[in-house]
Design a protein around this ligand. Structure first.
Ligand code: PAF
Length: 287
């Protein structure tokens, strides 16, 4: 497995694969791998001849008071894990290599970025759209695989490649969960194990929403009230949003149907007095 540090090295590597008529699938990540990332890599290997994993904690997608400094990092651990997967190359640049002196370009997806996480994280999606566009230009993948846990991010990237005619097939991969239902996330490393119940309030809210919808509760306002009080009944939780939205437009719905996704963002008490922001989502009715 090759480890490539600079955009130029990565581009040269990809050009060589293209000359060999090999297709490339990219798995963009910010590292601190868990089973969710590894399943994206395995899925990518089914879709292309070679898999490239990018590992870059992108500073531009973190707001000033967010957890950039606390974001878990362990390059050696990540390399040990990725070497056991069907991955041909890891692209791991530094922030200076990605955002050289004088950098001043931004990619923004307008409407989709205003909903859900975009309300409390106003700079986040411009940072994501910009870095993903750069990764596509550097790696030149045929396919890119993204987790469905970041549901809004996936919707936005699908829009981005359609709007800018970027010739990359975008593939979403289902959320991977711990045995107790918690959606896997690198940020889970910052959770306080003594307060696991708070973190589990998101996945149990999803189950509750499905149970309520199955007994014909379809009114979004009523469901939102029920789910909000369910989450807040767990000590150490503070809600960012509980939203029932259309799966494509991400607009709030008045009544749930087969296209409705429950999207959740909740701050829970974590280690060392820090709060950890968790997200989760899922369709409410069978599709
Ligand atoms: O989902 C992530 O880990 C990041 O947002 C991504 C897509 C790698 C861009 O930095």
């Amino acid at each position: 497995m090759d480890i490539l540090r600079s955009p130029e090295e990565m581009q040269a590597w990809s050009r060589a694969r293209t000359r060999e008529n090999k297709t490339i699938a990219l798995v963009p990540t910010m590292g601190f791998f868990h089973e969710g990332h590894l399943s994206l890599m395995r899925r990518a290997a089914e879709l292309a001849d070679t898999v490239v994993v990018s590992l870059f904690v992108n500073p531009t997608q973190f707001g000033p008071n967010e957890d950039l400094d606390r974001y878990p990092r362990d390059f050696e651990r990540d390399m040990a894990l990725v070497r056991q997967e069907p991955v041909s190359a890891v692209f791991a640049p530094t922030p200076e290599q990605m955002y050289g002196q004088g950098f001043q370009t931004e990619v923004r997806v307008l409407q989709l970025a205003t909903h859900l996480c975009g309300r409390s994280r106003p700079v986040h999606f411009a940072g994501v759209a910009t870095v993903v566009t750069k990764l596509f230009n550097i790696v030149r993948p045929d396919t890119a695989v993204f987790g469905e846990k970041d549901f809004q991010q996936l919707a936005l990237i699908r829009r981005l490649v359609a709007d800018l005619n970027i010739p990359v097939r975008i593939v979403g991969h289902p959320i991977v969960r711990e045995a107790d239902g918690l959606a896997m996330s690198s940020r889970n490393a910052n959770l306080n194990p003594a307060n696991r119940a708070a973190a589990l309030s998101l996945s149990s809210a999803l189950r509750l929403a499905r149970a309520e919808a199955a007994r014909d509760v379809r009114d979004a306002a009523e469901l939102t009230r029920t789910l909000t009080s369910h989450i807040l009944s767990h000590a150490g939780t503070a809600i960012d949003y509980v939203s029932l939205v259309d799966c494509d437009s991400l607009e709030a719905v008045a009544a749930v149907d087969e296209r409705t996704v429950l999207a959740l963002a909740v701050h829970v008490d974590g280690k060392a007095g820090n709060r950890v922001r968790l997200i989760d989502n899922g369709f409410i009715l069978p599709r």
